[in-house]
Write a protein that binds this ligand. Structure first.
Ligand code: AMP
Ligand code: GLY
Length: 453
């Protein structure tokens, strides 16, 4: 089977790495891809925002499945165009993608179908937004309605921060048109967890749980980012909580999709807050999480490709139960100095070896799970891998090309061991301005803080 993977980041690198292991795979194409992805798939020079051009590229290459990584092309209707051309696609159409591309739409959906979530209202008027915010106790959460790469959320500790956030969204348009409407939301205390689910519109299968770290700085401080690290499983999502998640979130979500005729074929990412009064949805995303995918995919003890195809073809119910490798997986994001505000370019990266695939890349596949076998022989060790989020090649070496640069991922028999391995691997890598959080997994390995409310 020929597959086209859309995207270019660390998430797509992890997906490509896994898809490549499938015996069902014929040729793997990537668009737009990148230097690291080019070692796993054949780059296709096509503008992914031009749906008809993508359809044409698929026809020329006999592509039988398209897997869409990022939300942008989904929100723009790429999956609809492919389906109209009878090309199976893993990723929802434009209407269902509104669960991510409009926070107001997602809130209305949750309210209509009784999905547990925070109280919130949508506004385009600053005065009305302020009046509603005044009815909520602090902190208050202000969110740009549209897509803002995970950066459109402000947690406001004071009333003047609420005013500033509303001004910045609605008037200064800090997030462009994505901030033409805002959601003002009550603050949910608790621990977060991410549940990525395969979905074919009628059947939903959760993957292994994960937790990411959205704040830039240690101790969950600083601005929100696209994610600074992740680990799987998330111990906070224990069996009892998971039962409640099924009852109060996944079942009503699935029923809502059916009732609204939303044909959701792809990855439904449910961002959860585990509050003292139960799990609640913080957000839906309509694609694999980044960087959660980098920590979840290596734990898949099954062939991913037929599962993706089954979702695309609406027959997920026929797929065997999904098995997960024991132990834990941790991902540490190595970011550029100015992230999330600026990206870096062309800073040489040391410590990666000659390229993806020689070294970090190969030790993972067969060494995973028991810590033996499959070593790469260059000292990078088993059970470690570096997914490339934003790199390119220059003068025969790797250089930075973005805000998030590398996703250093490691497996261990438990989370502390996985983290130790991942951090050890981070120490071997260097580029100018490199920064990373040193407390990934802190909630799971340190004693838990008591809930604040
Ligand atoms: P979102 O883009 O909606 O996922 O928000 C980004 C991050 O902001 C979340 O992962 C949370 O850490 C935080 N956040 C969003 N909404 C809330 C809320 N209602 N209460 C507490 N934290 C929130
Ligand atoms: N890790 C958060 C996201 O993918 O949106």
């Amino acid at each position: 089977m020929n597959v086209l993977l859309i995207g270019s980041g660390g998430r797509e690198h992890a997906l490509a790495w896994k898809i490549r292991q499938s015996p069902l795979l014929g040729r793997l194409f990537v668009a737009p891809g990148g230097a690291a992805l080019a070692s796993l798939g054949e780059p296709v020079a096509v503008d992914v925002s031009d749906a008809q051009a993508v359809v044409q590229a698929c026809r020329l290459r006999s592509v039988e499945l398209v897997v869409v990584g990022p939300e942008g092309p989904l929100a723009a209707g790429l999956a609809d165009a492919l389906r109209a051309a009878s090309i199976p696609v893993f990723g929802p159409g434009k209407e269902a993608a509104r669960l991510e591309s409009s926070k107001g739409f997602a809130k209305r959906f949750m309210a209509a179908h009784g999905v547990a979530t925070a109280r919130a209202e949508s506004f385009t008027s600053r005065d009305q937004a302020l009046a509603f915010a005044a009815t909520l106790s602090l902190p208050v959460v202000v969110k740009a309605d549209g897509l803002a790469a995970g950066k459109g959320v402000t947690i406001c500790a004071t009333r003047s921060e609420v005013e500033d956030a509303l001004f910045s969204c609605l008037e200064a348009r800090a997030f462009g048109e994505a901030g033409a409407a805002v959601l003002v939301e009550e603050f949910l205390p608790g621990e977060e967890a991410s549940l990525l689910c395969f979905c074919d519109g009628r059947v939903l299968r959760p993957m292994a749980s994960a937790q990411d770290h959205k704040r830039l700085e240690e101790g969950d401080r600083g601005p929100n980012t696209g994610g600074m690290g992740a680990y799987s499983p998330a111990p906070a999502l224990d069996a009892g909580t998971m039962n409640r998640v099924w009852e109060e979130i996944l079942s009503p979500t699935l029923a809502g999709l059916a009732r609204e005729g939303l044909d959701f074929r792809g990855c439904l990412y449910v961002g959860l807050m585990l509050t003292p009064s139960g799990p609640k949805v913080v957000e839906y995303n309509v694609r694999f999480g980044d960087p959660e995918t980098q920590a979840v995919v290596p734990r898949m003890d099954f062939d991913l490709l037929p599962v993706l195809l089954a979702c695309a073809e609406g027959r997920l119910g026929s797929v065997a139960p999904l098995a997960w490798k024991p132990g834990a997986c941790a991902t540490v994001v190595l970011a550029s100095h100015g992230y999330p505000f600026t990206a870096s370019k062309d800073a040489p990266i040391e410590g990666l070896g000659d390229g993806f695939g020689d070294g970090f890349g190969d030790g993972f596949g067969d060494g995973f799970g028991d810590g033996s076998g499959g070593g790469s022989g260059d000292g990078s060790g088993d059970g470690e891998m570096v997914f490339h989020a934003g790199t390119s090649r220059l003068n025969g070496g790797w250089v930075t090309q973005g805000g998030r640069v590398l996703d250093v991922t490691a497996w261990g028999p438990d989370l502390p061991a996985a983290l130790e391995r991942a951090y050890h691997a981070c120490e071997r890598i260097r580029f100018e301005g490199m920064r990373y959080r040193r407390d990934i997994g802190h909630r799971a390995v340190a004693p838990r803080a008591a809930p604040t409310a």
